[in-house]
Each structure stands twice: as structure tokens, then as C-alpha cells.
Write a protein that binds this ligand. Structure first.
Ligand code: HEM
Length: 493
């Protein structure tokens, strides 16, 4: 065959592929919610701002309404926006919208057999077990509150050592927060100089940043193709492997020293469960799933809380008048001579409202984790087939003008009533909603209150530039909203 005939055959082949792909798209789009027209294979790639996916999703909400279709690569996904629509899907129809959707940035590296990226009965069993174990360690010999307060004291000591010179608080906060979940999972807190702790926190931080950048977004859309493209996403595997290796070392040591009558931590409890269910062929507890559930807990329990604290400090440097009100409340309720306790929380509405407002405005997990439909369904008049990828856009809840008078303004009064008492707002879903709601919510809330109050009791945070120059907009959005890097002077009170 001559080269011109070969070219013609190739051309006709591609043309047929494109026509077939368009036919498939038109058929899908006929019943799915409205949305921008995708291109074959590329989907809506050209309409998405890769390094700030949230701004794209918010703009599309304004154009297409609270439920729309977007092609994340070749596959269609449904984006659900605003408090009412998200509640309707994740809470009122949680059986249909409660499955986890594919999330290659995690799934391709840690696999399933875990909690966060598994569906079905084994997800339910492992999730229940993890929540129960976290709760039991809260009631055991050393309560979780004690662990957090002990860790806060270490952090205060470290901050005092900075002697007011400018520092980036990222590493300090990450090691402190990580130590709480590490002590529950591995049995011990680490010294701040410990290489294992440094490896865990830097791997998690780096992965969180990659997953919140265009590289993470592109990887989620085109995982096979991105395997061949150089870029920071190539480090995701290595970073997860570092945490896996550390966990594996701890598991092996626990296996050798296990006393089934005296479980020391999450690993022991899991090993005991494995022994109890040895003869059950359908057990959810086996060796492979242990390091994977640890990944979920350590990753989830480190970056989220430390990013919220880091973001919170930045915001308070911009609004020092709010920091002053909080410090007055702390002085009045806790004083300077004892540590704060969870029992103080009800007496500190302004502090509690400010923490809620941090979580709202920082919106650190803006697109939640992906969900998918467990069966064919009709939602708000649109047919959505089983297995459709669903994105609950949590940003659209936190910035919903029906629930917040000035959504773009940082204002703790959003969570206070006329008498200055704490007031709940339904449109507050930093932990997601429904049956997949974050399993670490109560631990995270406890940590945020105790760490934040301990820090504000002891220090005032001063910016290294004029407060008006502080930019609090995230530097990128994807899995997370990443706060800008900054330095601060930590001045003892
Ligand atoms: C400020 C702190 C935190 C925020 C904002 C946060 C946010 C979230 C969100 C939005 C989800 C997805 C919910 C959904 O799919 O609908 C989630 C899931 C999850 N989080 Fe958190 N989280 C935080 C702290 C924690 C902590 C401390 C842990 C560990 C103890 C943790 C472990 C997990 C796990 C394992 C899941 C998956 C749950 C499942 O699929 O059943 N998170 N989190």
C-alpha cells in the first residue's frame, strides 16, 4: 500500500473513532444534567483551570445551576453544588450517593483494601472498627485529650525557642498534629527530631501539595497517560511508600510483642481482630489491609488539622482585632496558669465560632473526596446511571449566599447569635456529609480547639509584612486548598 493510502486509512480510522465518541457523548448527555460540551478523549480539559479546579467548578455552577455534568477526562462526572442539593444527595439519599468514586492519586498508589477508597461491607466493617478504636483510646488510660494537651506543651516549648525571630510554622504544626494520630496508631509519640516523624510529615505534606496542584488534577483525569509524563506526580508513589515502610516496620515489631490482653494501640487492636477472624473467609481484617488503613488514618489525621491551624494563624495575623477578642476570652475562661480543656469549649463561644469560621473560609477539602452512585437514580429530574463519578463541591456550601450574608468575608459572627452565643449553621460541611462523613471529625474538632486555644493563650503571632499585604487566598486547589507560605514572629504573651 502506498503511503498516501495508509494515511487515508489512518485518517478514516480516527474520524470513525471521533464520530463514535461523539455519538457516545450525545447519548450520555441526553439524560445527564447539563454542562459544557466535551471534546472526544479530552473531555472538558480545555475548560478546566488545572491549578485551581475549584474556581472552574464555582463558575460552572453559576452557569449551569446546582447539578451539572463535567467530563473529567473521557468520563462524565456529576458536580453537586450548594447546601440544599448536597444535603439532598449525601444525606437524604445516602444509599445512592454514599459509594466512593475512583480517585487515582490515592487508589493507584495505596490500592483499596482500606477504609477511604473501598466500598461495600468491608468498608463498613473497617470504618466501624477504626471509629470504635479511636473512641476506646479516648476512654483508655490516657485520654486523647491528654495526648493532645501533652503535645501542645511540646509545641509551646518549640515555639518559645524561636525567640520571636521569623519562622515558617508548617513543619512545627505538622509534627505536633501528626504525633497525636501516630501515638494512637503506632503506640508512641515521636521526638520532633525523629527521622521517622520527619519522613511521615514531609511525605504527607508533599503529596497533599501535589494532589492540590494541576499535576494531581491531571493525574486523576488521565492516570494511564500521566504515567509516561515527567512531573512532580511521579513522587506520589515514593512518598506513600515511605509511610508504608515505616508502618510495616511498626507492624512487624507489634506482631512480635503483642499481648492480646493488653492492646497498646490501633495496630494491636487490628492484629487481635485478625486473630479472632482467622477462620472467616470473608473477614475485612487481614495483613494487607492493616498498613492501608494506617495510611488513611495518618494521612487524614495529619495534613487536614495542621493545614487548618496554619491557615488560621495566617488569618488572625490579618485580623489582629479578632485575635485580641479570642485572647480576652481565653484569659477570662481559662486564665494563664492552666491548660485549656474540652470542658472549656462551651464557655468560649467566640473561640468556637472563630474555629468554625476558619474551617468555612479555608475550606481545606473543597471538593470532598469523590463519591459515586451505587445504582441508577433520578436526581432533580436527571437520570444518573450507576457508577457515575460524583463531586460534592463543599466550597459551594461554605460560600453559599443563602446561608452566609457575605460569604467572601472572614467573620466569626457567622457562627454567633445576637447574644454572642455559639450558633450552628447548617451550611457547614468541612467534614463532608452522609455515611462517608469524615471518621476523624470528633478527633479533629478536639485537636483544633485544644491546639488553637493553647497557642493563643501563650503567644501572639505577628506577620513579617504589613497586615494589608497578607494574601489569604489559596495558592492552589485540588484535593486541598493550600494556604500561601508565610513566616511569622511568635511572641510570648
Ligand atoms: C480539619 C480536619 C479534617 C477535615 C476538614 C477532614 C475532611 C474530610 C472530608 C471532606 C472527607 C470526605 C468525606 C466524604 O467522602 O463525604 C474525609 C474523609 C475521611 N477522613 Fe477526614 N478530615 C479531617 C480530619 C481527619 C482526621 C483527624 C482523620 C483521622 C483520624 C481523618 C480521616 C478520614 C478518613 C479515614 C476518611 C474516609 C472516610 C470514609 O471513606 O469512610 N480525617 N475527611
Amino acid at each position: 500500500m502506498e503511503w498516501s493510502s495508509t494515511l487515508l486509512v489512518l485518517f478514516l480510522f480516527f474520524l470513525t473513532c471521533i464520530i463514535l465518541n461523539y455519538m457516545k457523548i450525545f447519548k450520555e448527555k441526553a439524560t445527564l444534567p447539563p454542562g459544557p460540551m466535551p471534546l472526544p478523549l479530552l473531555g472538558n480539559l480545555l475548560q478546566i483551570n488545572m491549578s485551581d479546579i475549584v474556581s472552574t467548578l464555582m463558575k460552572l455552577k453559576d452557569k449551569y445551576g446546582p447539578v451539572y455534568t463535567l467530563y473529567f477526562g473521557p468520563k462524565p462526572g456529576v458536580v453537586i453544588c450548594g447546601f440544599k442539593a448536597i444535603k439532598e444527595a449525601l444525606i437524604d439519599q445516602n444509599d445512592v450517593f454514599g459509594d466512593r468514586g475512583d480517585y487515582p492519586v490515592f487508589l493507584n498508589f495505596i490500592g483499596d483494601h482500606d477504609i477511604a477508597f473501598t466500598n461495600g461491607e468491608s468498608w463498613k466493617i473497617r470504618r466501624r472498627f477504626a471509629m470504635m478504636t479511636l473512641r476506646n483510646f479516648g476512654m483508655g488510660k490516657r485520654s486523647i485529650e491528654e495526648r493532645i494537651l501533652e503535645e501542645a506543651q511540646y509545641l509551646i516549648k518549640e515555639f518559645k525557642r524561636t525567640k520571636g525571630s521569623p519562622v515558617n510554622p508548617t513543619v512545627y504544626l505538622a509534627r505536633t498534629v501528626s504525633n497525636v494520630i501516630c501515638s494512637i496508631v503506632y503506640g508512641n509519640r515521636f521526638d520532633y527530631e525523629d527521622k521517622k516523624l520527619a519522613a511521615i510529615t514531609s511525605s504527607i505534606y508533599n503529596n497533599f501539595c501535589i494532589m492540590s496542584s494541576m499535576w494531581g488534577t491531571l493525574y486523576n483525569m488521565y492516570p494511564e497517560f500521566m504515567e509516561y509524563v515527567p512531573g512532580p506526580h511521579k513522587k506520589i508513589k515514593r512518598n506513600f511508600q515511605d509511610i508504608y515502610d515505616i508502618s510495616d516496620e511498626f507492624i512487624k515489631h507489634h506482631e512480635k510483642t503483642l499481648d492480646p490482653k493488653n492492646p497498646r494501640d490501633y495496630i494491636d487492636c487490628f492484629l487481635i481482630k485478625m486473630m479472632e477472624e482467622m477462620d472467616n473467609p470473608d473477614t475485612a481484617f487481614y495483613r494487607k489491609s492493616l498498613p492501608r488503613t494506617i495510611q488513611n488514618l495518618v494521612f487524614g489525621g495529619t495534613e487536614t488539622v495542621s493545614t487548618t491551624l496554619r491557615y488560621g494563624i495566617l488569618i488572625l495575623m490579618k485580623y489582629p482585632e479578632i485575635a485580641e477578642i479570642i485572647q480576652k476570652e481565653i484569659d477570662c475562661v481559662v486564665g494563664r496558669d492552666r491548660s485549656p480543656s474540652i470542658a472549656d469549649r462551651n464557655k468560649m463561644p467566640y473561640t468556637e465560632a472563630t474555629i468554625h469560621e476558619f474551617m468555612r473560609i479555608c475550606d481545606i477539602i473543597p471538593v470532598s473526596l469523590p463519591h459515586s452512585t451505587s445504582k441508577d437514580t433520578v436526581f432533580r429530574g436527571f437520570f444518573i446511571p450507576k457508577g457515575t463519578y460524583v463531586t460534592p463541591l463543599l466550597t459551594s456550601v461554605h460560600y453559599d449566599p443563602e446561608y452566609y450574608a457575605e460569604p467572601n468575608k472572614f467573620n466569626p459572627n457567622n457562627f454567633l447569635d445576637d447574644k454572642g452565643l455559639f450558633k450552628k449553621n447548617d451550611a457547614h460541611m468541612p467534614f463532608g456529609a452522609g455515611k462517608r462523613i469524615c471518621l476523624g471529625e470528633s478527633l479533629a474538632r478536639m485537636e483544633l480547639f485544644l491546639f488553637f486555644t493553647s497557642l493563643m493563650q501563650n503567644f501572639t503571632f505577628k506577620p513579617t509584612v504589613a497586615k494589608d499585604e497578607l494574601d489569604i487566598r489559596p495558592t492552589g486547589t485540588g484535593l486541598g486548598s493550600v494556604p500561601p507560605k508565610y513566616k511569622c514572629c511568635i511572641i510570648p504573651r
